[in-house]
Design a binder for this molecule. Structure first.
Ligand code: GDD
Length: 395
């Protein structure tokens, strides 16, 4: 793969946020001895990417998606990555979860690839969390894992750690184009190959998110949510560094990846606020504004890559209310961040009121955050899951 070097990097304490990097070639060919190096371009060899894929788990959160889409996503994930499907699909009256497990089983029969599948609401999973005193992920009434994509991601990270992986990435189950999924994972690997730190996050930035209208297809650049969330995250950074910046271009990037070392020390905010919150938490904890509980990270630094995909992003359109909920959750974590001053808070309230998402003189809901996963004893967690037969492993 050939990728631009980051042409600009914004520093925030020990956090380095690299500007969007464009891909010149998805496949840069065989390595040649007489090759001339181009200083502004990284050439990442196939074997380097494959080495990362060997150590990478891809978590696929799924809730009531079409099985054909799920199967397409599985087919796009490079073979050597472990796939971890975390489902919150219904089991009753129609057992859609069973259909998902059957889809994986069929896929495994022909591909023999390593995959793991678990249901988010499995009582054995909740018990394993309880025994490890990690109750921030549980619904207070049900005593099961709460609904939410972030909750599925947290379960996925733990399973990735359980199977001994070094990297973990997330790919939604409603992606229409398997070839695009394949690219997302290669981009994650490319980011890890370029990194200098071991605390790394790679976020995909969409080249286009096309919309289909009666008049034809329109290659839209920005999603409606990310454009707004980016703006407020950039305001927060600008306010601290004293220079206006537009460095954040992937505030809501669902397709992203982390080193396990970083993943296990982050806090995660519930539902769809998870992606902007990851960024905010990194800035809060490692931005040098307050003392951190992780001095080794300050020493090493955190690196954030934003890589622009070549493939356009086609996914299921879930409607206006879904988008409004997503924006409310995203701006809520910005609003309640300790980095957010009163002026930015007022701007956020006005934004939500003007978009008809919040009533005047009310406030966004404060979402639950899940503490770092490092506190969980992974051997014990693994044993509890096995005892309760919570997951199915295909290998
Ligand atoms: N396990 C689980 N549990 N999966 C869930 C849940 C849940 O409670 N809720 C949603 N999912 C799955 C969906 O099935 C899909 O695979 C993925 O999580 C994303 O959910 P969508 O509802 O399809 O979100 P979206 O496509 O509108 O938004 C995506 O893109 C945004 C950026 O544009 C998500 O990835 C967002 O997180 C992201 O910010």
């Amino acid at each position: 793969m050939r990728v631009e070097i980051p042409l600009y990097t914004e520093r925030f304490g020990s956090v380095r946020i690299h500007d969007v990097q464009r891909i010149l070639e998805l496949d840069s060919g065989r390595r040649r001895d007489d090759e001339k190096e181009i200083t502004t371009i990284h050439k990442i060899e196939k074997n380097e990417i494959e080495d990362v894929e060997d150590k990478l788990a891809i978590v696929v959160p799924v809730k009531e998606e079409k099985l054909k889409l799920l199967e397409g996503v599985l087919s796009g994930i490079p073979h050597d990555c472990v796939v971890i499907v975390v489902s919150n699909s219904q089991t009753n009256p129609i057992n859609r979860f069973k259909m998902e497990v059957d889809t994986l089983a069929r896929f495994h029969r022909f591909t023999r690839r390593k995959m793991l599948v678990i249901h988010q609401k499995d009582p054995g999973l909740a018990l394993a969390f309880q025994e490890n005193k990690y109750t921030g992920i549980l619904d207070k009434k049900e005593k099961l894992v709460r609904d939410g994509k972030a909750e599925a991601m947290v379960v996925g990270i733990l399973l990735a750690k359980m199977v001994g992986k070094e990297f973990v990435g997330f790919v939604d189950a409603d992606n229409y184009i398997p070839g695009a999924v394949n690219e997302y994972v290669k981009n994650f690997a490319a980011g890890f190959c370029m990194a200098e730190s071991s605390y790394v996050m790679v976020r995909n930035s969409w080249k286009y998110k096309p919309k289909i209208y009666n008049t034809g297809i329109y290659f839209k650049k920005w999603g409606r949510i990310s454009e707004v969330t980016n703006r407020y995250l950039n305001l927060i950074i600008s306010n601290y560094i004293g220079f206006e910046t537009e460095i954040i271009k992937t505030a809501n990037s669902g397709e992203h990846a982390l080193t396990l070392k970083l993943a296990e020390i982050l806090k995660y905010s519930s539902g769809f606020s998870v992606e902007p919150y990851e960024l905010l938490y990194i800035l809060e904890e490692f931005g040098g504004i307050k003392p951190t509980s992780y001095p080794e990270v300050i020493e090493n630094g955190v690196e954030i890559f934003q890589i622009e995909t070549r493939n356009p992003h086609f996914h299921e359109d879930k409607g206006e209310d879904h988008l409004k909920k997503m924006l409310l959750e995203s701006l809520s974590v910005v609003y309640y961040s300790e980095l957010c001053n009163q002026t930015i808070k007022t701007l956020i309230l006005n934004e939500l009121v003007s978009q008809d998402i919040l009533k005047k003189d009310t406030f966004p809901p404060q979402l639950p955050a899940m503490p770092p996963l490092r506190s969980i004893n992974i051997q014990n967690f693994n044993e509890k899951l096995k005892e309760a037969k919570t997951f199915t492993m295909f290998e």
